[in-house]
Design a protein around this ligand. Structure first.
Ligand code: AFP
Length: 298
C-alpha cells in the first residue's frame, strides 16, 4: 500500500512543500481526537456573526500554532479570522487559506465535517484560485480521509490504525452522475436557479444535501452530479467563501476532471476583493456545470 509519504516522494513537489503537506495531514489526528473533548458551544461569534462551537475555535488556533512553529508558512487566511496572519520569520513562503472545520454546525449531530486547505507558493493569499500550488481536505467521517492534489491528479488516502495515511483511491476522475444539492431556502431562490434545479429533477437527479460543503462535494467525486449554494434573495453573493471553501475544493474538483463556477464563469479565475469574499457556487461534473453556465449566460 502506498503511504502519503511514499506518494509525495514520487511527485515533483519540492522538499518543503512535501513537509508542509505531511504536517497538515498529521493534524487530522489531534483534530479528530478533539471531537470528544471540544463539543461545546462557546460564547463567541466568528467574523460572520455566526455562533462558533468550541471545536472551530480549537482547530483554528491549533492549526495556526502548527503553522507558526513550522517555519514553512509566511501567511495564513482562515475562515475564523478577520485578518491575514503573517509569520515574517518563516523560512519558506507558502501562503495557506483554510476553513479549519467546515460544516461545524454538524459536529453535535455526528455527521461528516472537514478541514479544507489551499496552498499558494508565493506568500500571497489574495489571489485567484487557479494559482494554487496544492489543495487538500481532511474529511472526518466514519473514516478519516485525506483528498489531495499537487496538480498531479487527485488521490484519496485513509488514516489507518497506526496513524499513517495510505492511498485508497488513485487518480480519481469524476463521473457524470445524477446527484444534486442546493443550499438556501427554496422560497428565496432566484428564477434562473429554480429553473435549472427543476430541470435536473425532471431528468431524474437525486437530492443529497448534508449541510457540510466538504462532505457534499466529496461524494460527488465518486458519484458525480452538482452541488450548489446559489445567489438568493437579498444575497447576490450567496453564502460560501471564495478563499476558504470554494477555491480549494474547486481546485481539487477541477483536477479530477470536474468544474467550479459562480454560475457564469470559472470561479478559479475570480480575483477576491476581500478576504471574506463570498460567491455563489456551482461545483461538480463538467457536463452539468457547462450546461448551467450556458443557461445562465443566456
Ligand atoms: P458551518 O461551517 O458554519 O457549519 O457552515 C457550513 C457551510 O459553510 C457549508 O459547509 C455548507 O454547505 C453550508 O454552510 C450550509 O449552509 P446552510 O446551513 O444554509 O444549509
Amino acid at each position: 500500500m502506498t503511504t502519503l509519504k511514499q506518494y509525495l516522494d514520487g511527485t515533483k513537489c519540492e522538499k518543503k512543500l512535501k513537509e508542509l503537506i505531511e504536517l497538515i495531514a498529521a493534524q487530522g489526528v489531534p483534530i479528530r481526537k478533539a471531537f470528544i473533548s471540544n463539543q461545546k458551544y462557546v460564547d463567541t461569534k466568528n467574523i460572520y456573526g455566526e455562533e462558533q462551537i468550541a471545536l472551530d475555535t480549537w482547530s483554528n488556533e491549533h492549526l495556526i500554532r502548527v503553522f507558526r512553529r513550522s517555519g514553512l508558512v509566511s501567511a495564513v487566511a482562515s475562515e475564523e479570522e478577520a485578518e491575514v496572519i503573517r509569520f515574517p520569520k518563516a523560512m519558506a513562503d507558502y501562503a495557506v487559506v483554510m476553513d479549519p472545520l467546515d460544516g461545524s454546525s454538524l459536529v453535535q449531530t455526528n455527521l461528516a465535517v472537514g478541514t479544507i486547505i489551499g496552498i499558494y507558493d508565493n506568500g500571497d493569499v489574495m489571489q485567484k484560485g487557479r494559482n494554487m500550488r496544492a489543495a487538500l481536505y481532511i474529511l472526518y467521517g466514519p473514516m478519516t480521509v485525506l483528498t489531495l492534489t499537487v496538480k498531479e491528479g487527485v488521490h484519496v488516502f485513509a488514516l489507518n490504525q497506526g496513524g499513517e495515511y495510505v492511498m485508497i483511491e488513485k487518480n480519481v476522475k469524476m463521473p457524470e452522475g445524477k446527484i444534486y444539492a442546493s443550499g438556501a431556502l427554496k422560497k428565496d431562490w432566484l428564477p434562473e436557479h429554480r429553473k435549472f434545479i427543476t430541470g435536473l429533477e425532471k431528468e431524474g437527479y437525486k437530492l443529497r444535501y448534508s449541510g457540510s460543503f466538504v462532505a457534499d462535494v466529496h461524494q460527488l467525486l465518486k458519484y458525480g452530479g452538482m452541488f450548489s449554494y446559489p445567489a438568493f434573495r437579498g444575497h447576490k453573493h450567496g453564502k460560501l467563501r471564495l478563499l476558504f471553501e470554494v477555491n480549494p475544493l474547486g481546485f481539487i474538483i477541477t483536477q479530477a476532471g470536474g468544474k467550479v463556477s459562480d454560475g457564469y464563469k470559472n470561479a478559479l479565475g475570480v480575483m477576491p476583493e476581500k478576504i471574506d469574499y463570498r460567491t455563489p457556487v456551482y461545483i461538480g461534473s463538467k457536463g452539468v456545470i457547462r450546461k448551467l453556465e450556458k443557461m445562465f449566460n443566456g
